[in-house]
Design a protein around this ligand. Structure first.
Ligand SMILES: O=CC(=O)O
Length: 329
């Protein structure tokens, strides 16, 4: 008998095909609420559940779950309590690598879009307010020569650095702030001599654009709070393509309103899909609906990887990308 898969939200080709080649697939008609997902996972009917970022897979759910694995359709897995999964002998898969460039493109787009006021400019044209070339219409700021500060220096931060170097930016980074292991010159590889490693405080104070590339965990939740925003340059712009809760969004709205910093480019929000009150009304922001990985080829690769992870876990093989290992189970 083949394996049995629960898919909380339909995924693109070839994901569902790979799953159905390996067994029975149940795709839920709409995203499940927490109780529904917990009950389905506890039913014993499924070998692996294929989840989305909005599916909360916490310790109580995992405690009652009768599944071999959870395959997340994302590189981030802050929606899953991985320690609890490990304790209960449940493997967790994710989809790293395939979305690195697409997400770095969105970081660069937000840098350019905030610098050159693209949302305001687009609105002006659509509103019929473009009356011809003017010397002082919608003046923005230069990206070339500006300091880009990268919080974190993993795959997506490096891909962003690669792009930003092409735009003539000066690049600083702080590895996984606050206060994490420094990156050796050897590990810098292609970036040796091109980017400079600094401590978190210097990164905050020197960046013209501060771009966040850290995973969400207890160390990084509200990493950017009012105190950090106040230490940024008054003309600095905050870019977030990582996870919303890394920023205290209410404090950000206040800081943008009070001109403590100049702008923000956000692809992620603290309580998606809700926005902090006031955020949508601020002109000095570019707001995207969490589309870092949203290209046709990337979503298809994510579907392939998450399905391969699910099938491998169901069949008792090592998945291509697991974020935990089970020893002694
Ligand atoms: O945010 C998207 C992801 O983690 O893949």
């Amino acid at each position: 008998m083949g394996s049995s898969f629960l898919v909380t939200t339909a995924i693109p080709d070839p994901g569902l095909q790979l799953l159905s080649d390996a067994g029975t697939v149940t795709v839920l008609p709409s995203p499940p609420d927490y109780e529904t997902l917990a009950a389905l996972c506890a039913s014993g009917e499924y070998d692996v559940v294929l989840t989305q970022l909005r599916d909360v897979v916490d310790a109580p759910l995992l405690g009652s779950a009768r599944v071999k694995g959870v395959s997340n359709f994302a590189v981030g897995y802050n929606n899953i309590d991985v320690d609890a999964a490990t304790r209960h002998g449940i493997l967790v898969g994710n989809t790293p690598g395939v979305l690195t460039d697409a997400t770095a493109d969105i970081a660069m787009l937000l840098i350019l879009g905030t610098a050159r006021r693209v949302v305001e400019a687009d609105r002006l044209v659509r509103d019929g307010e473009f009356h011809g070339w003017e010397p002082e219409l919608l003046l923005g700021r230069d990206v070339s020569g500006a300091v880009l500060g990268l919080a974190g220096f993993g795959r997506i931060a490096r891909a962003t650095a690669r792009r930003a170097l092409g735009f003539g930016m000066e690049i600083l980074f702080a590895p996984r702030p606050p206060g994490h292991r420094l990156v050796s010159d050897e590990e810098l590889g292609e970036f040796a001599g091109k980017v400079r490693q600094v401590f978190w405080d210097e990164l905050v104070e020197r960046s013209d654009f501060l771009s966040l590339h850290v995973p969400l965990n207890e160390q990084t939740r509200h990493l950017v709070d009012r105190a950090v925003l106040e230490r940024m340059k008054p003309d600095a712009i905050l870019i977030n393509t990582a996870r919303g809760p890394v920023v205290d969004e209410a404090a950000l709205v206040e800081a943008l309103r009070d001109r403590v910093i100049a702008g923000a480019g956000l692809d992620v929000f603290e309580d998606e899909p809700r926005l902090a009150p006031g955020l949508a009304e601020l002109p000095n922001t570019v707001l995207l609906p969490h589309v870092g990985s949203a290209t046709v080829p990337v979503r298809s690769e994510m579907a392939r990887l998450s399905a391969l992870n699910a099938v491998a876990i169901a069949e008792g093989r090592t998945p291509p990308h697991a974020v935990n290992t089970l020893t002694g189970t």
